[in-house]
Design a protein around this ligand. Sequence first.
Ligand code: PLP
Length: 380
Amino acid sequence: MPVYLDFNATTPVEPLALEAMLPFLRDVERSGNPSSAHAYGKVAEEAVARARAQVAALIGARPEEVVFTSCATESINLAVKGIAFARRGEGRRHLVRSAVEHPAAAEACAYLAREHGFEVTVVPVERDGRVAPDRVLAAVREDTALVTLIHAQNETGALQPLAQIGAALRARGVPFHVDASQSAGKVPVQVEALRCDALSIAGHKLYAPKGVGALYVGAGLQLHPLLHGAPYEGGRRGGTANVPSAVAMGVSCELAAASLARGEPERQRALRDDLHRRLEAGAGVTLNGPREERLPNTLNVSFPGVSGNRLLEAAPEIAASTGSACHAGIDEPSGVLTAMGLPPEVALGAVRLSLGRSTAEKEIDLAATALVAAWKRLSP
Ligand code: PLP
């Protein structure tokens, strides 16, 4: 198999997370419904409660502020639509987002505009892919129901200056949702430091299985549920909890905290910067995204004179992508890169390389050699 450098698309499941979830798939004693009053229900309920506390601990929240969902897309939809629907009664029909949101947030806002009469202000980003806090704050109006911003951009890894924005929004009483799907587990994410009211996480971006996510909902935040049903998750989401996946996500959050503490981000940053230097020297790549304020595992570079898709086809030794997984194989410039002001021909040459916990020095060596050789073969 090729060297995997697409950890921003998804991560493998940590063996300890898998081990923790298996008994809840396999054992009759652990197969109860967490809402049942009998002993089987209690075992499941306690397991979900433990998992909720583990997720909460990673982001500095209280367990009762964590809602389990099926994915980050659901978390984001619940936050954006749920807050918008809760606030429109007060005449608040305006939303603010950046130009580099994931489609989950951008499309949720577009839906609210199209079907429910909300108005959306899209705040442009600077050349390095970051929003300027004063531009976000200038977009806020008396009738703003919500500001939603991505923490770490999935294509470029750009880390947005959210703490400053969050503090100003809090002072003005405007709810603030953060999409932390890419940042949680890769850099410290603390809800109080960001001053956010809601925050979305994806299980499968931090070594838990696909099909589970979480939404932090700060105490006092009004939110309409999207899945109406039994009053689970504090009345914020109907549907019986996915016990095995919640258990795995809890363990993966604990492992993420341990990995941050032992310096894993610094290890990945060193490998990534080595890869960057070799691609600069061998192929003259240019960096897309900020040099410093960036996820330590992410490198988005443009190769001169070739298309990123063609380049990856010509380098089968590695598995990476030209942007987000949702746009795989499309030979169109990435909307995120064009929003940063990159000319289409430079955006078309972009490749996103994202490292993970298993990435080793020899894989970086192989990837650099394969990409430089493929670029030389394709260059006119
Ligand atoms: N937000 C960001 C920043 C992402 O990178 C992703 C996944 O690529 C999502 C949201 C959506 O995650 P999921 O597809 O797991 O719902």
